[in-house]
Write a protein of this length. Structure first.
Length: 238
């Protein structure tokens, strides 16, 4: 049976598609307080502000196109003889635009969620505090994204994949947000080889067996090419 690969992707993967990252000096969190736009409390306090923030992000994501790294991962998922499980912290949907499928642990901008009844539906380009749920009709629509203080989606399924994968890779993620930052340790304890592909070293780089440092559009296609030709497992440690 072919080996399973689990790949965690973060904001750095989509940065070269023109979508802002969060934790660099010019990132989204430098322009907005997390407490105001990415917590349940912030939404309760000022839903109009939160909707405006996510409306802008949704419109930006809708015009973005997958870059070479997204396309390479879709190619790996299609051509690898075993399973390739993409677990994404991103909410932009570019994996799907590239032809891949992903578990979106932080939700997705294209989705809407009713805070009253839990119904989900495709989000319109703009939502407002008065936007009704199409199921219960309550004016309780919110973005179907996971805010700070909320439980990420698909955690049981992700944990199961981490426990039986042969390789775990993290691409374009800061390693600062849990539980995702702990995935490398969980996979390593289960015996997986661990690989980091990132623009620069992170706070958890020492937890990985291998490192490929550089822009995602450069290192990810080369890494995928190596895997599909049987050579990536023999690449020297960087």
């Amino acid at each position: 049976m072919a080996e399973k690969i689990v790949i965690l992707t973060g904001a750095g993967l989509s940065a070269e598609s023109g979508l802002g990252t969060f934790r660099d000096a010019g990132g989204l969190w430098a322009q907005h307080r997390i407490e105001d736009v990415a917590t349940p409390e912030g939404f309760a306090r000022d839903p109009a502000l939160v909707h405006a923030f996510y409306n802008a992000r949704r419109q930006q994501a809708a015009t973005a196109t997958p870059n070479a790294a997204h396309i390479a991962l879709a190619r790996l998922q299609k051509n690898w003889p075993g399973e390739v499980i993409l677990v994404s912290q991103n909410v932009d949907g570019l994996h799907e635009s590239a032809g891949a499928t992903a578990l979106h642990m932080h939700g997705i901008l294209a989705g809407a969620l009713c805070a009253a009844c839990g119904h989900r539906w495709p989000a319109p380009s703009e939502m407002r505090p008065q936007t009704p749920c199409p199921d219960c009709h309550a004016p309780a629509a919110r973005p179907d994204v996971v805010w700070f203080g909320e439980m990420p989606y698909h955690m049981e399924e992700i944990d199961n994949h981490l426990r039986d994968c042969a390789m775990f890779a993290a691409i374009g993620t800061s390693g600062q947000v849990y539980p995702a930052a702990g995935f490398v340790v969980e996979a390593a304890q289960a015996g997986a080889e661990t690989v980091e592909l990132n623009l620069e070293r992170t706070e958890i780089s020492r937890a990985f067996d291998r490192h490929h440092i550089g822009p995602a559009t450069d290192v990810v296609p080369r890494w995928v090419d190596g895997l599909l030709t049987g050579g990536a497992r023999r690449l020297p440690f960087a």
